[in-house]
Design a protein around this ligand. Sequence first.
Ligand code: ATP
Length: 588
Amino acid sequence: MDRLSAYAKRPVAFLLRYVRRRPLSHAAILAAVIGAVACSVSSQYGVKFLVDVLSGNAADGAIWLAFALLVSLIAADNLLWRLAGWITSHAFVGVTGDLRSELFRHLTGHAPNYFSQRLAGTLTGRITATSNAAFAVENLFIWNVLPPCLATLCAIGFLAVVSVPMAAALTAIAALVMLLLFKLAARGTPLHHGFANRAAKVEGELADVIGNMPLVRTFGAIHREHSRFDRTVGRELTARRRSLQYLERVRLLHAVLTIVLTVAVLAWAIVLWQRGQASAGDVVLVCTLGFTVLHATRDLAVALVDVTQHMARLAEAIGTLLQEHELREHPAAVPLAWRSERMPHAAFDNVAFSYPGGRRVFENFTLDITAGRRTGLVGPSGSGKSTALALLQRFHDLERGRILIDGQDIAHITQESLRRAISFVPQDISLLHRSILENIRYGRPEASDVEVRAAAEAARCDFIEALPSGYSTIVGDRGTRLSGGQRQRIAIARALLKDSPIVLLDEATSSLDTEAEEMIRQALDRLMQGRTVIAIAHRLSTLRGFDRIVFLEHGRVLQDGPPDDLMRRRGPYRAMVESEVARLRQAA
Ligand SMILES: Nc1ncnc2c1ncn2[C@@H]1O[C@H](COP(=O)(O)OP(=O)(O)OP(=O)(O)O)[C@@H](O)[C@H]1O
């Protein structure tokens, strides 16, 4: 799916990729539109034919034949448009579905770093913007760009019947007018890009503030946010006005050209008629076809500018969304192999790592994680504990060294099998805005209701039955309708259901009441049983139950051993525990 990134800078090719997926329906639309335009322009020739027949004392048969021809052309013209409209409602709508689905797949393939650097609202807004822009461009092309182009060609063909020099002159003028408009439309592209960029920023800011409403309220920042939003919208309005005013200037230029050319064509036709070189029907034909050509170029001018605006939005959106995935599957990646009767062993082997643009977090970091044991990572803030857990899950690639699970380099195993082997319970629990049942089942989608309930019971989620709709209760955005302790137990139940042999835990620092803490301790105890556990543990009660403690500072191991041993020795671990005990005593 990563090959989608090849289209990041090629918006037209990106659009054609989806058009090619539905070749038959797009070809049928094209054929219907070509037919409709041909009938529409031919009907003007039909009018000339009828006028000539009527003014030439022709027989009744010839008059009714001219009438039938004209009526058939008008009917075909209208019906073919409707046929094209009907097919577009299937094909163009289908394209917006295919496109969003692939963009979503690509977006979800990005590493966590990609998301941490961007506002979620900007990203989701860009998926919608891309789909809307693709729909608009397809519609504009079929209804507003193609018909005037075809109408111009057909009209010039018919004009040649009356006067070849007039047809030649109109061809040259139409070509010049179109070229001029194309050039002017292209010159306005940076303005349209600027507007697209500003519009995406507004969406991103909106989503960011709405997603953080509790924070905004707590800091009494509602008015501040109102003013900030007004400023962001103000910048978008300015960019939008500039873009639209540019379009209006282009349209004005075209309007002036149209007036001048219409006068010239009409006068030319009348002179031809005065000299007896054209019939009355020819004058009617020249008038209607001349108008067709001039109106077509005007419609084209308007449409082209709209197309450039939508293409600018599309280009801006795919430029961000279709960036290459930072973490790619190794070409020879194989699934992680481990024997279920034996817990896996993990190892950091001479690892060097820094965040992009950040300072070095690890340099020659080596650590063996004992299979089936509980290893606690402790150390001051910024020492690299969370980064170590992230690297083990391959959220980032290493600069140097290897991370091994049962001797297999995680850079060479499939990401899916790695994720299956690891359960991660983060500090900041994420829940989807779905029911409790669905949230727990996220750990193993095929689990039965009975299995989900068993996992919830094991994780001491006794509170679920007391909720208004029990397991069907919707948890609210990111689980806001549950307490912190309840969210943690749901996350533990989810991890229990996933039943991975490796458990990574970033214990929450926020303090809970004793009862909730005891329940979480019991739930965690069940989760950790018989698995290889690496945990960033903050509570002394959790640390005491560990087989081994690794004390990190500046990405280096300062102490390593069973907690009781470390407590017997003077060192950073004992100092940390003593200061924590003193803090707890003071608080009590
Ligand atoms: N996404 C990121 N981009 C850039 N730098 C980062 C990122 N995440 C962490 N860092 C930096 O990497 C270093 C290690 O951070 P890490 O979060 O691993 O520490 P930690 O020991 O888990 O700290 P804490 O106990 O406060 O969570 C810090 O200097 C931090 O500023």
